[in-house]
Design a protein around this ligand. Structure first.
Ligand SMILES: C[S@@+](CC[C@H](N)C(=O)[O-])C[C@H]1O[C@@H](n2cnc3c(N)ncnc32)[C@H](O)[C@@H]1O
Length: 291
């Protein structure tokens, strides 16, 4: 099955790691519990009929709730992007800034989608007042017909993946983890300690400790994404907290910019409180579209 690529973009998005994550997810009768939802790409590809999905960022939660309710649907996204794409073509950067200012006042989820797709390099960042803080990608022709169709299809596929029994919660991670029972599977992808941070994604060692406490106490099976090491150093958090669990690793490249030389090689880790069986689900997911 091709990987379902979400309409919202963010640095650290796990699209390319989805087949590997899927291959380690155990079979379970319970729910998929994901307290750091981000763009939703892992949840969309997990295939669980019931899920509890949380994030500290209210904008991703509002966006996907409206997709689930059908308030945001492919037709509406097409009409919106055709209108705002034409305005962007006519006015360029000042129109991007108008949408940014409107979003910062009204928190309209369609404006959130626009900014996610017209901002620099598909990045998501908020300043300390919680305002969108990514500059324009500098391409006034960003919303070409083909690009709009691609986004509209992504909204349609996300809507198809979101089941009626999925709950979207604007909540701190510990609250979401506490909701998991013995039959559930928790997937955690917290901000990586010592790396990127913004208004909704600050991450301290105290947070890592709280996450460790919550995951150590759960009766559910969990998988936790983190980084293991890169060419320069090891992730101290793995040694300090996670080494008592099972750890699977895999090479990965994060793009910190458009240029090839900005690819950052890192060894990704999946920490599990069960013995993962990579043979259990074939690693069959393919990423069918870039970004
Ligand atoms: C690395 S991103 C998740 C990326 C996601 N797996 C994807 O592929 O798109 C981490 C997410 O955790 C959220 N977050 C940060 N601190 C949090 C907290 N204390 N409680 C809940 N969510 C938090 C951020 O808003 C962000 O969406």
């Amino acid at each position: 099955m091709p990987v379902i690529v979400p309409p919202i973009k963010s640095q650290g998005i796990k699209t390319r790691l989805v087949p590997w994550i899927q291959s380690l997810v155990p079979g379970a009768k319970g729910r998929w519990v994901e307290p750091f939802l981000g763009t939703g790409v892992v949840a969309f590809n997990c295939g669980f009929p019931c899920a509890v999905l949380g994030d500290a960022n209210p904008h991703v939660i509002r966006f996907y709730r409206q997709v689930q309710q059908g308030v945001i649907c492919p037709d509406r996204v097409r009409t919106y992007l055709e209108t705002e794409g034409a305005n962007l073509r006519a006015a360029g950067g000042p129109h991007y800034n108008r949408i940014r200012d409107r979003f910062n006042r009204t928190h309209d989820p369609l404006d959130f989608l626009f900014l996610s797709r017209a901002g620099f390099n598909g990045m998501m960042r908020f300043n300390r007042r919680g305002e969108w803080n990514i500059p324009f990608c500098k391409n006034p022709n960003r919303f070409s017909k083909a690009y709009i169709t691609k986004i509209v299809n992504q909204v349609g596929r996300a809507a198809g993946a979101i089941a009626p029994d999925w709950r979207f919660l604007h909540a701190p991670f510990a609250q979401v983890i506490d909701m998991a029972g013995a039959e559930d599977v928790i997937y955690c992808d917290p901000p990586y300690f010592g790396r990127y941070a913004d208004y909704y994604s600050g991450w301290t060692e105290a947070d890592e400790q709280r996450l460790f406490d919550a995951l150590s106490a759960t009766r559910a099976r969990f998988l936790l994404s983190t980084w293991h090491h890169n060419a320069y150093r090891e992730n101290d958090m793995v040694k300090r907290y996670w080494s008592r669990f099972h750890i699977a690793t895999r090479d990965h490249f994060y793009h910190a910019g458009a240029k090839m030389q900005n690819r950052n090689a890192v060894v990704e880790a999946l920490v599990c409180n069960f013995e993962p069986d990579p043979g259990h689900r074939a690693e069959e997911g393919r990423v069918s579209e870039a970004g």
